[in-house]
Every structure is written in C-alpha cells, then in structure tokens.
Ligand binder design. Structure first.
Ligand SMILES: [Zn+2]
Length: 76
C-alpha cells in the first residue's frame, strides 16, 4: 500500500547570519487523531446527546505541526 510522508531537508539558509539562525516550518495539515477528524465528540448528559468540541483541535478536526530549527556552531 502506498503512503505519503513529509520529509524535512535540513540545510542552512543560503545567506546565514547571526540574525537568522532560527527557521520555522509549518507542516501540512493532518487529521486530529484525538477525535479522528470529527472535531467533536458526542457526550451523554442526563440522557441528552450533547456535542462536545475536541479539546485538542478546537473543533477543526485538523492539526499541523510547527517545527523550529536553530542553527548553532559546532563546539570544537
Ligand atoms: Zn480533534
């Protein structure tokens, strides 16, 4: 079965300087594994089905990751 993966190629910025030693990358969107992409849960309260917003994705059903890369000199 085929699968798709997100891969980060780590390469210093072409004009790296002390002021741009930190990079921030946002991943593609992924389904929230807590609510399986629904964005909510059905919860029974006093025999009434109530929709509860997923606390992980805040109801969007989707997540993305923010990856921070900090460039540092190698200690010799
Ligand atoms: Zn969720």
């Amino acid at each position: 079965m085929s699968s798709k993966r997100d891969i980060i190629e780590i390469v210093p910025p072409p004009f790296v300087e002390k002021k741009n030693l930190t990079e921030c990358i946002t991943s593609n969107t992924h389904l929230c594994s807590h609510c399986h992409g629904n964005g909510f849960f059905w919860q029974n309260e006093m025999n009434m089905a109530e929709k509860k917003t997923c606390p992980v994705c805040n109801g969007s059903g989707k997540l993305h990751a923010t990856i921070t890369i900090k460039w540092k000199p190698v200690k010799q």
